[in-house]
Design a protein. Sequence first.
Lengths: 516, 516
Amino acid sequence: MSAPSPRPAAGPLETAARAPGRGRPLARDRASPAGAPYATVAHAVGWLLVVLAGAMLAPAAFDLAERNPDWSGFAAAAALTGFTGVALLLASRRPEPSLDVRSAFLLTASCWLVVSFFGALPFVFGVAHLSITDAVFETVSGLTTTGSTVITGLDTAPRGLLLWRALLQWMGGIGIVVVGLVILPFLRVGGMQLFRTESSDRSEKILASTAAIAGRMLALYTVMTAGCFLALRACGFGLFDALVHAMTALSTGGYSTRDASIGAFANPAAEWVLIAAMLAGALPFSRYLAVVYGRPRLLLEDPQIRLLLLIVAAVAGVLALWLLLAQAREPEDAIRAALFATVSVLTTTGFGAEDWQTWGTPVLGLFLLVTVLGGCTGSTAGGIKIFRVQILGSAALAYLASLVHPNRVVPMRFGGRPIEPDLVIAVSSFVFFFIGSWAVFSVVLAALGLDLVTAISGAATALANVGPGLGPVIGPSGTFAPLPDAAKWALSLAMLLGRLEFFTLLVLLHPAFWRR
Amino acid sequence: MSAPSPRPAAGPLETAARAPGRGRPLARDRASPAGAPYATVAHAVGWLLVVLAGAMLAPAAFDLAERNPDWSGFAAAAALTGFTGVALLLASRRPEPSLDVRSAFLLTASCWLVVSFFGALPFVFGVAHLSITDAVFETVSGLTTTGSTVITGLDTAPRGLLLWRALLQWMGGIGIVVVGLVILPFLRVGGMQLFRTESSDRSEKILASTAAIAGRMLALYTVMTAGCFLALRACGFGLFDALVHAMTALSTGGYSTRDASIGAFANPAAEWVLIAAMLAGALPFSRYLAVVYGRPRLLLEDPQIRLLLLIVAAVAGVLALWLLLAQAREPEDAIRAALFATVSVLTTTGFGAEDWQTWGTPVLGLFLLVTVLGGCTGSTAGGIKIFRVQILGSAALAYLASLVHPNRVVPMRFGGRPIEPDLVIAVSSFVFFFIGSWAVFSVVLAALGLDLVTAISGAATALANVGPGLGPVIGPSGTFAPLPDAAKWALSLAMLLGRLEFFTLLVLLHPAFWRR
């Protein structure tokens, strides 16, 4: 970063002249002014901390209104966070309007890492008095919309604490939607180049288009949350419960106000509302904009949405039939229970209406599978993502057909569009790191003393940002509190890796990233 | 197959003229004479059955010498098998010298399926009196060199029965070596085109080169088996035990003459011999020919062999250290136990010197991982195969590097050789079907009533052709006998799918395969 120019390089021509071999016309590798990427990153992180500090005032106000001394914890955290944010803003006054690939990686990773630490402050300062380990785990779990928790006694916890957990998930949800719609396609992470638009293709505009899209998405997200809130109110949820669950359902996070999760309310109508909200959170948010702009057909023509709904229907259908026949439950009850459990797991939310671990081993196996699959890209859901499975599946079937008729060209497609071999390799690389990480984290967790089911399902649930694992400890009716500290740090790392789609953090470990 | 010509099409020119689009110069899609592929397949299967009938006479002779009435079961099975084989030979007197892709798929699948059923006859006719389900399971497990067993009481079983199990593995071992060296590269199955040679590229010569390579490999395999037999004798093994274990170690099958497997002998020297034999069985056999022809360097330069040895050293090293420190065992004992267990699992043999399930959860997790990985291609070992992991890993790292520097070309390599995107897609398609099958079989086995660990590890051990699973039922100290019949059929199918690398069976399900 030694180029002395105070402005970004003039144009794509210059880049093309420097680019060896491949000759891509994109202006993504240009030199930046000295220190500029760090200034840009510091500036963005500063803004984010100021917003975070502002968000901390909401639970503080709640606690203050209820005369709960916990308000001071939030206030202290807000002060420290806001001070740091303002300091960063002052120290980095001139952000670059353009952003090269390297800075974009650095920016994305820094934002999530920094917020994970500052967001944990209320848990440390407040009445919860969590250890640093537990506080960071809870915050990362919230921000990544995973929903694994180390806090027990939610039923009697102060409202400020419950609200903060919900806010973390809600902010993490909108955060990943924006990252998934703009940043990851720009960075070509794990096949996300498939979702590039004109605006995500131009590095000069990346910050501006991120801000523009973030604004529109935030408005949409707020309206959807308000809708869910009103629907839950209509079903008889109290103000606070409706607020928290609207936020954690749409973000597919799954934090609840009760230890028994949704099951504690025994409210069938509310369960239907939450099924719809979780599903809404797992569909690509860009499609909602299309609906708003009068092109609702795009929603149903999206291949990801189609397959997601097909999987939900198939899994929930089989499950409902089994609950009807083997457990002799009422039809509405069976269908709702099956749908709720399937949608909660597939959308990686993790709400529990009842403990489906008692539904038998096949259900566990099926859910473990569906968990890893996850929702659509550009949504708040985690997992490998539907489109990646579709791309690898299309490639595998095309390859199978090419074996039968070696001289016939069998095109690989995604939703009718032909796809390039490079895209398949990008997706297969993502899956390689996903499965590799799953294996490594499973072994590490087992080495830390966890039993095999807890280790394997814990690694999966963290990487896929689901929430509950399998087994008596971390299953839907357990918590992550009893795990050793080292396991909690490993799982926190796994949640961030999964949320940022591996490559965003892995590039930072690549020696070439730090070479001039 | 309605072309009236009695001879194969004239040359590659004609094919190229017919080939739409891609224009590959390979003569692989040519028309065959009417009925010719079925005649060729029937002829090859006929020969195989005659050989199988001959092999059945060996255990018959053993039993007769020991005045065990079981000999009549082998004799009856041999008669039925030999009769069917001769009938097929007579009914299909004129085999085609050439083989198109379609016939090659049909031939490979038919051979394994037919031998799986005829090979089961001695178990049904003999004193073991297994059910058809158990007999086919045991035979498929043998032929695929998996080594899972439904037979208990091996210690007192007649020698003919024990010899037949060992012979199935030994024949299955040489069978898959030949298929892996010639047929799969010719069929381009799951990236095996990487191992094409001049001889596997020409469809006119495929049968002749298969026969030539099979002859050389059989000689090599016999010499290696004899060497292992003599070494085991030198360590104090009896004639019969040395014979059986030499055959089942080199074929990485893992059938033993004792219920307690190798542990029953408490013979450290023999364990070292078996470690070497299992490893030898998991290396690519083509490299041994290079050694014979005076180019031993090729053995150590093979990237698959290097990574395999590296993994063995790393896993066994950690394990040995742990046995030394935590269990305070003697150095030689710890190293041998660690090496034996690691090599037995990684080479997908499944011999047990001691029950490593008691070594703790991390070992289980590590072994589950290593199991799925498997050995080298062109060997008798199963699993995904080392080279596939190397290719996907190289592609993933190249992709990661390309994210850091979008304008720099980062080549994907295997052992220094650049690889094409098509190859990566072929490998990723293989892994897609492997993981997809693993998921489907896990859910099916769970639905059949197996517990989660048994279902998941059972599906893995069958698909990867390992042998023992995890847990109390099918773990290293258990057997597959208590499983329900449906689970045994599912596992038999899984073993064949894994052994024939998925595509060889899956193409038969493709509608285009049967279309004229």
